[in-house]
Design a protein around this ligand. Structure first.
Ligand code: HEM
Ligand code: HEM
Length: 400
């Protein structure tokens, strides 16, 4: 068991360096999706190492390692003890620093998309940078310490000719070590959808590349839709923006993250007993988005997403409302993104207190139906298709 755990963790650590290196190369080549996928696998493997390290320490208590050869000088025994403890410390601190870095950068960690780990700290760019530097330094320290460790093991075998290396090896554990590195690098290192990235005509037909319209080079004739018809003199809501929001929840690599569009305006005319006269007319500045990570915010303005240079705003227009049995409502409206209208059902309820109104509601969207995430991003393996939008509007209305 000790041997299996030692070589399994050693193999996974080699794999970690391969995945981190591939992710860095993907970043340099501007392959954002590949970088996202490689880092997601790096995080999952890193969390596995963390769990195995804890298991190893627990197992070590049950089955303590055999004594070192009595022929070894005292200082070498001490050096072996200290370096082993330092190695254990590093395989615990490395995953924790990575987890802290991911939490601080608003990229929650998921373990192979099976389990989402809680964030350890709130998003904070300066904190993220500190943890990144710590993670990097610990990585360098691990390379140095593991190199000394390997050289010491080889010295025991070839120079001292004692049994220290042999007693740590077995056919099963060594096979596991090699299989973890080779199979891990082959499967976890080949991620994303390279066929779609290169936009090569020879895209494998088995791959699910969603057909999306080509990026619009010049603005459409009139991306701003016609305003909704206001059919009666229903007064508009005076919105208190400090107590209102449009939030969304989406997922990357199996972990949910939240975002908000702080800059929006809305003409809301709504009365539960005058549904035929009610209307919603909302404009959202899509590029002004905050998800806790500046790179991700900037990417959302790209042509593959909201194409904010050509279409700075998205619109939601609704004039068909239905009241449900529980007293809540649905708005059967249209969401205009990049000049294309898609029917979107928005469910909401309204609390009334004198002139005060609090509307809370949500809509379940599929980003691909809205043309969000074209090209390589059309692959939903790493960026989920489902997006939930949550809205709260606090307003006052007079004259009803
Ligand atoms: C024993 C486990 C781990 C090892 C050996 C390891 C090692 C590394 C190495 C060598 C790098 C490249 C650093 C550089 O030179 O830029 C790296 C980057 C990174 N690691 Fe880990 N890591 C481990 C666990 C984790 C975990 C558990 C997470 C997150 C949950 C994580 C998240 C990251 C991230 C996000 C980066 C990219 C940092 C950047 O933007 O430069 N790592 N890791
Ligand atoms: C090719 C690479 C490696 C070789 C040849 C190697 C060799 C060895 C050997 C021979 C021992 C047994 C010492 C003894 O019997 O007292 C050992 C123990 C240990 N190795 Fe490695 N190792 C390698 C990689 C690693 C890596 C990457 C780590 C990273 C964490 C690591 C961590 C440890 C620890 C913590 C122990 C102490 C086990 C204990 O006494 O609880 N080894 N290694």
């Amino acid at each position: 068991m000790s041997k299996i755990l030692h070589w399994l963790v050693a193999g996974l650590i080699v794999l970690q360096f391969i995945l981190a290196n591939l992710a860095e190369r993907a970043e340099d080549a501007g392959l954002d999706l590949q970088q996202l996928a490689l880092l997601a696998n790096h995080k999952s493997v890193g969390i596995s190492i963390f769990m195995l390290a804890l298991l190893r320490l627990a197992w070590r208590k049950l089955a303590p390692p055999p004594e070192l050869p009595a022929s070894m000088p005292h200082w070498q025994m001490l050096a072996a003890r200290i370096s082993h403890y330092l190695l254990y410390t590093l395989i615990i601190l490395m995953p924790i620093s990575g987890w802290l870095m991911s939490s601080a950068s608003a990229y929650p960690v998921s373990w192979f998309k099976l389990l989402q780990l809680p964030d350890l700290v709130a998003p904070d760019a300066a904190l993220k940078e500190s943890f990144r530097v710590i993670h990097q330094l610990l990585g360098k320290l691990l390379v140095i310490l593991a190199s000394v460790h390997i050289l010491a093991a080889l010295k025991h075998h070839f120079i001292d000719k004692d049994a220290v290396l042999r007693r740590m090896t077995s056919p099963i554990s060594m096979t596991l070590f090699l299989v973890v590195i080779a199979a891990g690098a082959a499967t976890l290192g080949r991620v994303g959808n390279p066929g779609a990235v290169e936009k090569s005509p020879a895209v494998d037909e088995a791959e699910t590349v969603i057909e999306t319209p080509p990026t619009v080079a010049e603005p459409l004739e009139e991306p701003v839709p016609e305003p909704v018809v206001v059919r009666a003199d229903l007064p508009g809501w005076q919105i208190d923006h400090s107590d209102s929001y449009i939030h969304f929840t989406a997922s990357q690599a199996g972990a949910e993250f939240d975002g908000a569009w702080p800059n929006w305006s809305a003409q809301l005319r709504f009365a539960g007993d005058r549904l035929l006269d009610s209307s919603f007319d909302v404009s959202i500045r899509t590029a002004e988005v905050s998800t806790g990570d500046a790179d991700r915010d900037a990417a959302l303005a790209d042509p593959e997403w909201f194409d904010a240079a050509n279409f700075p705003e998205a619109y939601y227009r609704a004039s068909r409302f239905t009241q449900l049995e529980d007293g809540s409502f649905t708005a059967d409206g249209e969401l205009f993104i990049k000049g294309v209208a898609t029917p979107v059902l928005f469910r909401f309820s309204v609390e009334t207190n004198g002139d005060d109104r609090v509307l809370t509601g949500s809509a379940e969207l599929l980003r691909l139906e809205l043309g969000l995430g074209t090209g390589e991003w059309a692959d939903t393996e790493w960026v989920g298709n489902e997006v939930r939008v949550n809205v709260r509007v606090h307003a006052s209305v007079s004259g009803l």
